[in-house]
Design a protein around this ligand. Structure first.
Ligand code: CUA
Length: 334
């Protein structure tokens, strides 16, 4: 029993040490801050009620044991009725107070929306995120996946879409949860006030791999963000040597049927799979299923169902030379 309790405790303690903590109580922007404050109000009230109830129960037990099985006097009955009335009134008051606190928080959140500097469309797919950065100039629009980069101090507006079932976006350190219902367009606003990396996730059960539907959010200084944006807008660079052979494998094989690599013959088919133009600039594979390393990439392509059972991508049985060439090519997609 003791080791089990200790390991459970360790899980809770170490949860704060994760590289990309996703914790509601460590807000990095005004939206999460407002929600965090509301959490503490609820917590304080609930704790107070808990102690009051425990205290009243303890008192009743102590008194009951002292007076034994004596019948209740009419005078006592009156004060008991008064007590029940007062408790009911207090309960109603507490509920009204909490509703008011929630309403004020909602009002504050709505007040934070509106003016935004960055606009992107976030589309939920089973089980990954498509992110399209909008721009008045069409040639500046670009698409990426599973990693949302934003500049510090600027409000971001995400237009939410789903291509299949109901998903929900939740970035605890930055903003509250928002459902994404197919066929219904909605918006989601947040602002990061300090540079950092946070984990967002899908907050609505959406099928077998709901747990591997992670959205990594990276907040940069404005200069860094501009550099990232410029790099993402560029088409893929032209490879040489064995990587050039890998490009042919990609373009002529099954990969190009679903994936897009801008600047190549791989134009995909709709948004069936993540855009891979700058694949190696991302940290994770399969929306959080594995770290993005050449070795994991090889395993993923050979059989993605090992790391993420049920994923839409089929296994790609390739010869050793072809696989090597393909990995060499993918490694150039920086
Ligand atoms: Cu998408 Cu859960």
């Amino acid at each position: 029993m003791a080791p089990r309790v200790a390991s459970l405790l360790a899980v809770f303690l170490l949860a704060g040490c994760s590289e990309n903590p996703s914790v509601l109580l460590d807000p990095a922007g005004p939206h999460a801050e407002a929600i965090g404050r509301l959490f503490w109000v609820f917590f304080a009230v609930a704790a107070l009620v808990w102690f009051l109830v425990l205290g009243a129960m303890g008192f009743a037990m102590w008194r009951g044991s002292r007076r034994g099985a004596k019948p209740v006097m009419p005078r006592e009955e009156r004060s008991l009725t008064l007590l029940v009335g007062a408790s009911t009134a207090l309960t109603a008051l507490i509920i009204a107070g909490l509703v008011l606190a929630a309403f004020m928080t909602d009002k504050r959140l709505i007040g934070l929306d509106g003016r935004h500097a960055i606009e992107a469309t976030l589309t939920g797919h089973q089980w990954w995120w498509e992110i399209r950065y909008e721009d008045p100039t069409p040639s500046n629009i670009f698409t990426t996946a599973n990693e949302l980069h934003v500049p510090v101090g600027q409000t971001v507006k995400l237009t939410l879409n789903s291509s299949d079932v109901i998903h929900s976006v939740w970035i605890p350190n930055l903003a509250g949860k928002r459902d994404i219902v197919p066929g219904r367009s909605d918006s989601f606003y947040f602002r990061a006030d300090k540079p950092g990396t946070w984990r967002g996730r899908c907050g609505e059960f959406c099928g077998l791999q709901h747990s591997f539907m992670e959205l990594l959010v990276v907040a940069h200084t404005p200069d860094e963000f501009r550099a990232w944006q410029a790099a993402q807008r560029r088409p893929a660079s032209q490879p040489a040597g064995v990587a050039a052979h890998g490009k042919t494998v990609f373009e002529t094989g099954a990969c190009a049927l679903c994936h897009v690599i801008r600047g190549t013959a791989a134009t995909g088919a709709g948004a069936l799979a993540p855009d891979l133009t700058h694949l190696m600039s991302r940290r994770m594979l399969g929306a959080g299923a594995a770290l993005n390393t050449p070795d994991n990439l090889r395993k993923w392509i050979a059989d993605p169902h090992k790391a993420k059972p049920g994923v839409r991508m089929p296994p790609l049985p390739l010869g050793k030379m072809e696989m090597q060439a393909l990995i060499s090519y993918l490694e150039t997609l920086k």
